[in-house]
Design a protein around this ligand. Structure first.
Ligand code: GTP
Ligand code: MG
Length: 242
């Protein structure tokens, strides 16, 4: 029998799914019985702007970027109830995890999902007309769920949302190592000593994604890094501030 490498994927149950009480339904469709995949991580996340921006960085120049950030941050569905602004972030693990979940999720556009793939999760989504501050009309696709599109995207996204110790050691598929320095974050800057108002990221001995440590070490030496500081810091700021 072919031995496939372990594969993981990131799922986000978005604020519209929570608002419409579809969480249980979505989890049932993604259950181990249906997919053969196992949970490797799960958390309730109040999505802060830095995390939203990093998650959807590939869309930053698109006209739907601002409504997309409002959507994933819960501002669109809970404008007056900040305590309800949440997504459920999940890591699923197993053979062909990325494609298996994308198949159940369906096409990005809910209208297309209904037309082409009745029964998929996004067939229950909707498209909303939005207006920006200048009154310009746009669209927001409320499609209930995010799922990584490719294994490389899954790796970037899982490392963006989850720290290694959010995932049981035996289920981690990306390299980790212990930090050998202190790291803090303040106003977009990386610090190696504490300053008032700075946010703690890592201490010596704390396990981190190896790729994150590479980025932090380069940035601490004033060199350019393969990833922006925000892509490393965002996960350490999850649920730290309202
Ligand atoms: P995700 O799983 O959420 O990443 O969706 P996807 O991989 O199917 O699509 P993509 O990454 O291209 O887009 C991310 C999100 O941006 C989608 O889930 C939609 O909410 C939104 N989006 C994508 N394309 C469009 C578009 O053409 N118009 C609008 N209004 N929104 C879009
Ligand atoms: Mg995508």
């Amino acid at each position: 029998m072919e031995n496939k490498p372990p594969e993981q994927t990131l799922v986000l149950i978005k604020p519209d799914a929570l608002k419409n009480s579809l969480t249980g339904y979505v989890l049932s469709l993604l259950s181990e019985t249906h997919t053969g995949l196992r949970f490797a991580g799960a958390k309730i996340v109040h999505v802060h702007r830095m995390l939203a921006e990093q998650h959807y960085v590939e869309h930053r120049d698109r006209d739907f970027y601002a409504p997309l950030l409002d959507y994933i941050m819960g501002l669109a569905h809970y404008p007056d109830e900040p305590h309800k602004r949440r997504v459920i972030a999940l890591v699923y693990s197993g053979p062909d995890a990325v494609q298996k979940i994308r198949d159940i999720v369906g096409p990005t556009n809910p209208h297309v999902a209904r037309e082409k793939k009745p029964g998929c999760i996004r067939a229950l989504g909707t498209i909303v007309t939005v207006h920006d501050a200048a009154g310009k009309v746009g669209e927001r696709m409320d499609n209930l769920i995010h799922a990584s599109a490719k294994p490389a995207e899954a790796e970037r996204e899982i490392k963006l949302w989850f720290r290694p110790n959010d995932i049981p050691p035996a289920m981690r598929v990306y390299p980790v190592e212990a930090s050998d320095a202190h790291y803090y974050f303040r106003d977009g800057r990386l610090l190696t000593t504490h300053e008032p108002g700075s946010l703690f990221l890592l201490a010596p001995g704390k396990v981190a994604w190896s790729s994150d440590l590479e980025t932090l070490r380069l940035l601490a030496r004033g060199q350019s890094a393969p990833c922006p500081l925000e892509s490393v810091a965002a996960k350490y700021l999850i649920n730290e501030q309202s």
